[in-house]
Write a protein that binds this ligand. Structure first.
Ligand code: NAD
Length: 245
């Protein structure tokens, strides 16, 4: 797999899975825009990659902000004349049982995970149709099928699946593929904070007996972003060491 000359945007790539994805795409030759809500980690990641000799810059945006997301896509296209790869990875969780959930917890998760994904895909789809090529990869979650304490998160990630499958059908004849991946339990800041009891319970559900690492996920994204995956679209791919929630 190689991505020489490809222009990529990875949202939420200051740390965690997004950072591993950005690094992998850059190592394969893509020029990557690191996009994150936190300037500190976005700039640090971009610096790290450029110091290693890879092509990276960064943009600080909240993907839930529709105008900012559109501007990010438009600026990248103005700068490079095209956009080959869009990875929607930015995501948050605000877990609570449904009967205790506050409306803000619902709104925040839907705004970032679902509307945030729409916000970049919508303007990107215009350019990708026009250039008759492109790869959109959305990070859903194994939780999209339902997970206790995650009504908001599961709904947002199920929404991402519907959005992915629809965009895949609309864009197929323009040689643009759109896929979603569903990580199981990956060791990042999002999961490291869970109580030990929950950590052990999650590991017990994974046939491979370990949490995934961000690089495991990045390898799958690299394949989906490459020419090798040109006939694969509208799919929802689990990556969880065999885990079924
Ligand atoms: P993380 O919290 O370590 O990283 C998320 C990144 O997104 C951070 O850099 C954060 O600053 C950024 N971000 C958050 N809100 C943003 C916003 N509004 N705009 C732009 N950037 C924003 O989490 P992670 O574990 O690396 O998760 C990455 C993605 O993978 C998420 O979509 C998450 O839902 C999904 N996922 C993770 C797991 C897991 O086990 N870790 C499992 C399934 C799915």
């Amino acid at each position: 797999i190689e991505l020489d000359g490809k222009i990529a945007i990875v949202t939420g790539s200051g740390r965690g899975i997004g950072k591993a994805i950005a690094a992998k795409l850059a190592q394969l030759g893509a020029a990557v825009t690191i996009c994150d809500i936190s300037e500190e980690i976005a700039s640090a990641t971009a610096t790290e990659l450029t110091q290693q000799g890879y092509l990276a810059d960064y943009a600080v945006i909240d993907v839930a902000d529709t105008d900012a997301a559109r501007k990010l896509i438009e600026t990248t296209i103005e700068k490079h004349g095209k956009l080959d790869i869009l990875v929607n990875n930015a995501g948050i969780n605000r877990d609570a049982m449904l009967h205790k959930m506050e409306h803000k917890q619902w709104d925040d998760v839907i705004s970032v995970n679902l509307t945030g994904t729409y916000n970049t895909m919508q303007p990107a789809s215009i350019k990708m149709r026009e250039q008759k090529s492109g790869r959109i990869i959305n990070i859903s979650s194994a939780s999209w099928l339902g997970n206790i304490g995650q009504a908001n998160y599961a709904a947002s990630k199920a929404g991402v699946v519907g959005l992915t499958k629809t965009a895949a059908r609309e864009l197929a004849k323009y040689n643009v593929t759109v896929n979603a991946i569903c990580p199981g339990f990956i060791e990042t800041d999002m999961t490291r904070g869970v109580p030990e009891k929950v950590w052990d319970l999650m590991i017990s559900k994974i046939p491979m007996g370990r949490a995934g690492n961000p690089e495991d996920v990045a390898n799958l994204i690299a394949f989906l972003a490459s020419d090798a995956a040109s006939y694969l679209t509208g799919e929802v791919i689990n990556i969880g060491g065999g885990m079924v929630l």
